[in-house]
Design a protein around this ligand. Sequence first.
Ligand code: GLC
Length: 581
Amino acid sequence: MPLGTLDETTSTLIHSPAGPDPEWWRTAVIYQIYPRSFADADGDGIGDLPGITARLHHLAELGVDAIWLSPFYTSPQHDAGYDVADYRQVDPRFGTLADADALLARARELGLRVIVDLVPNHTSDEHEWFQAALAAAPGSAERNRYIFRDGRGESGEEPPTNWESVFGGRAWTRITEPDGTLGQWYLHLFDSHQPDLNWENEEVRAEFDDVLRFWLDRGVDGFRVDVAHGLIKDQEFPDWGGHTTMVGGQDDDSVEAGDRPQAPMWDQPGVHEVYRRWHRVLADYDGDRALVAEAWTDTPEALARYVRPDEMHQAFNFDFLCTRWDASELRASITRGLTTSDEVGAPTTWVMSNHDVVRASSRLGLAETGKGPNGIGAEDTQPDAALGLRRASAAALLMLALPGSAYLYQGEELGLPEHTALPDQLRQDPAFFRTEGAEKGRDGCRVPLPWEADAPGFGFSPTGTTWLPQPEDWASFARDAQMDQPGSTLELYRAALRLRAEWELGAGSLAWVDGLPGAARDSVLAFQNGSVLVLVNLGEQDLRLPEGTEVLLASADLSGSGDGAAVLAPDVTAWVQLPQV
Ligand code: GLC
């Protein structure tokens, strides 16, 4: 059977092409830069903005459309910059405002859009507002910018609710009042250095309108909104039975997603008002500026509410990231992601990695795939590195063939694994400390990038200093070791991005294809996006491709059969060209 004609197969159309000239963010490949670990120009071992600017051409060469910068604002760095002390200033570790302007100008020159991170749920405890709140009296306007409450118990010695911090421990900290007595408690869903803002307060809302304008005026193309589902709290402040993960009740597997009780700190209906307001702020600017939500909702349907036409433009599809390496589960997740966002006219985003999860090439090498643990330590069961990389490459070709927008996390294009043996004394993630080591935390996916195989610190910094140590065997992952090397992960990503653009896959369609000989539905994912047929082998058997099949790209060698026929081995993806009709 000539594969190209798809005789005897059935196809189920799930998603139709985006209209002509869709806004850039509907189809864009967006590369996440984690500034402290991308490239260091001044030699202190911490990456910085000039380091990024100097290396930006590599990302243009890679073929991405935009970059997202994790926070580089003034911050005491208790949560790697997600604790902002001044939203309108660059932290001296990362450079100056002039360096930010130079980065934006260079990106523009290279044709790259720039999204910056906005952290509205909480500030740093060193923010001038929080310092003023500590110095002011209970009930004052200064306290009302945050969430201060009297404690329970006879002398207020018990926290106002039983809520836990996402990073472990309680979500309330008691302060000492200016007169030296023990006083009120403030809420922090994350670290105690990250007090939650009170989004019921108009002054807070007005301030963030202004922060948005500050960066829009400097020319950014959009914002990635941190903890977008957390801004509004249930004003009754009820006790909450579930453990506080980022997703309300998610750890209770005995109850179906969607039927779990709504956590009082997440995904409250009031958050949407905030995003409608921000939508209007962005609409005042030219050039399709965009908002992307980091919202860990319980269901894709709840996520779709963040991207209704008058709210945000994109939301990270974490359901896809958390899905196990399993054909049926992936198919269900992809279908649901596309149909739920289609219902509100938004693009789906595809994401496998970021600075908060174990890197995909390690996660997919664990016995249990899916979201994975919060970090891996030397004493934990180690991932199967070869299997993980093989699957991550196959997953990358799956993801990059899907219609919508895709996010890459720095190092993903190098197939970089998690650092799974960081010594505990070097760890910095507050989650490691607040869980007393029960969770290793996120440092292992934040290790400085290897640029040059033979340079000290693999070329990350001119002095060879790196704020976290790189594993010794990272030379083979270095960019210069992979560049122009056939079969390298970097070349696979470059080819995939080139073909994705050429075949306009981001703006394309998706139809599941069933009935291909040898491709059982529970072991092979098969779909058509325009003239490209994508085959992902998640089973245990080889899949022989019919002779004459025109393979555009594959995540591993297909020449296994020895008789000339192409063979799609387990954990391999191929893009196949269908004849033009
Ligand atoms: C988001 C960030 C994460 C940070 C947390 C608190 O989840 O991605 O890195 O620790 O918010 O700001």
